[in-house]
Design a binder for this molecule. Sequence first.
Ligand code: PMT
Length: 398
Amino acid sequence: MRGIEAGNNLLLGVTGGIAAYKSIELARLFRRKGVEVRVVMTEAATRFVGPMSFQAVTGEAVRVRLFDEAHEAAMGHIELARWADHLLVAPASADFLARMAHGFGDDLLSTLCLATSAPVSVAPAMNVNMWEHPATRANMSLLADRGVRVLGPASGDLACGDTGAGRMLEAAEIVSLLMYPRKTGLFAGEKVIVTAGPTREAVDPVRFISNRSSGKMGFALAEAFAEQGAEVLLVSGPVNLDTPAGVRRLDVQSALEMHRAVFDNIRNADIFAGCAAVADYRPENPSDRKLKKNDDQMALSLVKNPDILAEVAALENGPFTLGFAAETQELAENARGKLAAKGVDMIAANLVGENLGFDTEQNALLVLWSDGEQRLPKQPKKGLARALLEIVAEQYQT
Ligand code: PMT
């Protein structure tokens, strides 16, 4: 998604929530970066902050109502939608995100979300249970599928007294995620695809073959790339994790779906990082009915899945490829074998097994490339991902 540059027009939507006060600072920071800012508030937002505060910071009248004759005469709402180079909703409440996901246009801000053809970003802010509610999860995945960029939320102490995910990102963080081109970071402006999590291979409508991958390592990697200025597409198998700030996410189930999602986007990628635990095999003939337990034994015929990483590495003028290797023994030897067999630029190998690698908070890696290697000691996956990217950056640049 295109970011925001000095001279662009930013439409800042503010919805009802205690975090609305942070958006005054947000408007001020964007103004300081040379961005034109106009603010549209929902009625609920005006209960938390007065429109005058935004007017003082932006020098522009703040709009709240859809059919406000004075404002419509100066600039109609469709004109306002066209004026925007970017629409950012911050804070975005659970209610507003639900209305956005379902295409409502019953107030000025939701109408603008429908009417604009500019890129749209949202910075959610709400109570942790509201954020984790299946309805909000479904709404977020609808919005992400439509290309809406989701910034945060952060985890921590919430205004309601609970602790967890739901806090709006700080204004400076949002500005640095959206301002483009990002001048800082090891991968500023690079396009990166990361795969994460397990795949599920259907046996019948209620059963599948899968593995213990939680997605944590791949999500940490996607987050670390985004922190370093990359434009990240995260292709994720079924996991229970929030999308990292500044990352676009596509959810898939099976290896074939992951393969399709990767190859639909690979032509634009500069770097491909395959962290997903892709099932090597899938049932040959998944049943469309639940299988009955008629016999004492049952044989399942499996066929090989495409090797996504190896196919990406084999592309002519393809991206830099970082693969992972999950091994239970002879880590270095097996991983070097995969480096050569799959033809990748770099392999990050981890020992897996009980309490190792899969579904753990910490991990250790042995990173290998054609003429070198480096060990990264056991540490939380986020820190490990950051350390891994320093090595990737060196090899990528050479
Ligand atoms: O998700 P977590 O719980 O945080 O756990 C992290 C992890 C252990 C899953 C991760 O660190 C890891 O090792 N991921 C790769 C797991 C794996 O499938 O390893 P592999 O050795 O079987 O595959 C080698 C490489 O080929 C991997 O990059 C894999 O994504 C890729 N592959 C494998 C099979 C296939 N059909 N297509 C592929 O692209």
